[in-house]
Design a protein around this ligand. Structure first.
Ligand code: BGC
Length: 748
């Protein structure tokens, strides 16, 4: 290998990018070109930046994650990522910087539009499919932003202070599954700190968890400009600094090796990983077919139709009946907002304009357009009056409302989840003039619906990419039956959101105070009403569920139901499977999504759906054991059409994998009494004495109840030595060796 003969400085140089988007060539292999995504290729030609300022080569702009995830379709995501991969190949791009799989912790998160969901299991399934779909094309993914990067406020420094259980169960879970199942070629370390340590300098995250526990064998790249101490980062496992630091990083690394601060093997490993990546890129077989941009636009349209959630549809107002006269209102109908701002901004090859597409499908029906408000969200009494007059004359008013581009972006968080006041005023006035008002909503992060909630129908379009205009028209006219489902709860007010009191933190720290109760887990636990629950989405047909069957095995719980299309149109349903553990030894959310499926059914057709609720997803993170634990318990499985529309429920026993935690002097009297050896001892010790026949009576007594919470080491002192340490230790040994104390024993 050419590398063997390189000197220390040359070796260190591999760890530094070449310019903004390239790595250094290594082992005679060409340098690797990295480009942004994730909902399309953003390859820049001139004027490099990573803020979405300079223009990039034209590429298909697919729905951003906020939209695409609403399809709940791994298969669709794989196809979209595949198309992005083909565009990467045509442009010589080796690694696409995506997908973004951070959890939407707060609806205020400025970059939520780049992330899939508030739920880790859904994020994991979608992210896994996306990475596979991309990498099959011979382009590496860069799963980002690792880890706990859930806000934009102070994003380069802020420490996400998160306890082990939520860290594993909520924030790392999707990363873990994607790494283990889709084997991404690269992972991007995030800017922020996690529990006080920069993610890119955390040997816990990069070395112990990512590589050690999950077996990641690829390259870790910094977020752009996200390196503080290059030597600490390299030692922790961060391989490539991007963009290149013009040699600063390489010099620091070489010097550190010279003075013995960094083992030279670290640089060898980095060079090896870079060579591994370059080889994967170089060895990728040539694309089988020439690039088909028209086909990709068609896919962008299909993806957009699948991303639309029909939130509400009263009186069967949708789909629109042929020939109805329409008042189309709102700037977004003519100037659609198709994506978010920042590093993910794609330069679309074409943009479908909703107004044009609605005109095309409306045929000869009367149609007027009034702006109602400007694209920046402002309005005027004249604009509103014009829209109201048009609405009053039409059969149906279609209002295109939404969050203007300037209000959400990478780089900052939102202050609230409100739509501009002028738009709310407009919707109210239009609705008063015409009760057959349909709202088409565009947004990255979720919005409070306010007066929109009472309109006749609502299409939640999130962000739909370049095919959104056609997709909206096809859903409105029923060419396509909507099948999207919410991936984030729409709260009644931002104050109800679980992270509200601890977002975005202060003085460089954000405490993840809601723990595992993120998203619906938190609304459900506090019995809060929401505007629309996680998983909700209507169709122009209806579906019924029947015949829940459950069985448990080593792989997890297998659940089967029958889904029937009970309406008169073909449609796609997304049955969801939620789990509760009613008698769990640990705190659990009232229910958690563990599996879902997608089924296409003709009118009257039925089909059986079988899903696996994976054992790995049923497990909780036990901080005492420092590992995942599958609890032995009865698991309650519900099949539903949303997290708050559970249709079938059953219980199944699962054999878990708890191992005993040894009792110590810090264990309590009650914990000791939970073991056979301990029971006899504790009962015998009962003040006043007790014979062995009355063990249960002794343990049921008030005296015992008062003692149960006292740690054994304190009992020794409290009894003035009457309970001596030596005999206690003997009984501890007996309890630990006999049957084992089981779960719920002493805390560490
Ligand atoms: C973003 C990344 C992006 C990178 C390169 C950073 O500011 O956080 O998501 O991939 O820039 O543009």
């Amino acid at each position: 290998m050419a590398r063997r003969s390189v000197n220390l400085d040359e070796k260190a140089a591999y760890a530094d990018g070449r310019g903004f988007w390239n790595s250094e060539p290594v082992d005679g292999l060409p340098s690797v070109l990295f480009s942004d995504g994730p909902h399309g290729l953003r390859k820049q030609q001139d004027g490099d930046d990573h803020l979405g300022i300079s223009q990039s080569v034209p590429a298909t702009c697919f729905p951003p994650a906020a939209g695409l995830a609403q399809s709940w379709s791994p298969e669709l995501l794989a196809r979209v990522a595949g198309a992005i991969g083909r565009e990467c190949r045509a442009e010589g791009v080796g690694v696409l910087l995506g997908p973004g799989v951070n959890i939407r912790r707060s609806p205020l998160g400025g970059r939520n539009f780049e992330y899939f969901s508030e739920d880790p299991v859904l994020t994991a399934a979608l992210g896994t499919a996306w990475v596979r779909g991309l990498q099959v094309q011979g382009v590496g993914a860069s799963v980002k932003h690792f880890a706990a990067n859930n806000q934009e406020t102070d994003r380069q420094r802020s420490s996400s202070d998160v306890a082990p259980r939520p860290l594993r169960e909520v924030y790392l879970r999707a990363f873990q599954r994607i790494i283990e199942e889709a084997r991404p070629w690269t992972v991007m370390a995030s800017y922020n700190r996690v529990n006080g340590e920069y993610a890119g300098e955390s040997s816990f995250l990069l070395d112990q968890v990512l590589r050690g526990e999950w077996g990641f064998d690829g390259l870790v790249v910094s977020d752009w400009g996200g390196v503080s101490d290059r030597v600490a980062a390299a030692a922790a496992g961060l391989d490539l600094e991007m963009p290149g630091s013009s040699g600063l990083g390489a010099r620091a690394l070489a010097d550190a090796v010279r003075v013995g601060r960094l083992p030279e093997e670290v640089l060898d490993r980095i060079a090896g990983r870079l060579a591994g990546l370059a080889r994967r890129v170089a060895d990728a077989p040539a694309p089988a077919a020439p690039l088909d941009l028209a086909g990709h636009h068609a896919l962008a349209r299909e993806a957009a139709t699948r991303s639309i959630v029909l939130l509400r549809n009263t009186g069967g107002i949708l789909p629109l009946s042929p020939g109805v006269s329409l008042a189309v209102i709102g700037a977004f109908a003519a100037e659609p907002r198709i994506q978010g701002a920042g590093s993910s901004r794609v330069n679309p090859t074409h943009v479908d304009v909703p107004l044009d597409e609605i005109r095309a499908l409306a045929g000869n029906a009367d149609l007027t357009f009034s702006g109602g408000f400007n694209a920046d969200g402002t309005s005027s009494p004249a604009l509103i009056a014009e829209a109201v007059a048009a609405a009053g004359k039409a059969d149906v008013a279609l209002v295109f409302a939404g969050v203007p581009a300037g209000l959400e972006s990478e780089g900052w968080d939102r202050d609230d989840i409100e739509l501009p006041a002028a738009q709310l005023e407009l919707v109210e006035a239009v609705h008063a003039a015409n009760h057959r008002t349909v709202v088409v909503l565009t947004h990255g992060g979720v919005v409070r619906l306010g007066p929109i909630a009472g309109t006749a129908a609502i299409l939640d379009c999130a962000l739909l990419g370049q095919g959104g205009g056609r997709a909206i028209a096809e859903v409105l006219f029923g060419v396509v039956n909507p099948s999207g489902r919410l991936t984030e709860t729409i709260p009644l007010r931002v104050e109800d959101t679980p992270s509200y009191l601890s977002f975005p933190g202060e003085h460089g720290h954000v405490t993840y105070g809601e723990g595992i109760f993120v998203g619906y887990r938190g609304y459900d636990a506090r019995c809060l009403e929401v505007a629309y629950p996680f998983g909700h989405g209507l169709s122009y047909t209806t579906f019924a569920y029947s015949g829940l069957m459950l069985s448990a095995g080593p792989a997890g719980i297998t659940a089967t139901i029958t889904v029937t299309n009970t309406g008169d149109r073909a449609g796609r349903d997304v049955p969801q499977f939620y789990v509760a553990v009613p008698r769990s030894a640990v705190v659990r959310p009232p229910l958690e999504l563990k599996a879902f499926a997608g089924v296409e059914l003709e009118p009257g057709e039925s089909t059986q759906v079988t899903v696996l609720l994976r054992a790995a997803d049923l497990a909780y993170w036990d901080a005492r054991r420092d590992r995942w634990v599958l609890e032995t318990a009865a698991y309650r499985v519900s099949a539903g059409a949303s997290s708050r529309d559970l249709r079938l429920t059953g219980d199944v026993d699962v054999a878990g994998d708890e191992d005993p935690i040894p009792l110590t002097m810090r264990s309590t009297v009650g914990e000791l009494a939970a073991t056979p050896a301990g029971q006899r001892f504790v009962a015998a010790f009962r003040p006043g004495g007790a014979d062995l026949d009355s063990v249960s009576e002794a343990l049921g007594s008030d005296a015992f109840a008062a003692m149960a919470a006292i740690p054994l080491e304190r009992m020794v002192r409290m009894t003035g030595g009457q309970l001596d340490e030596e005999s206690l230790r003997k009984v501890l040994d007996a309890a630990n060796t006999a049957t084992g104390p089981g779960d719920g024993a002493s805390a560490r």
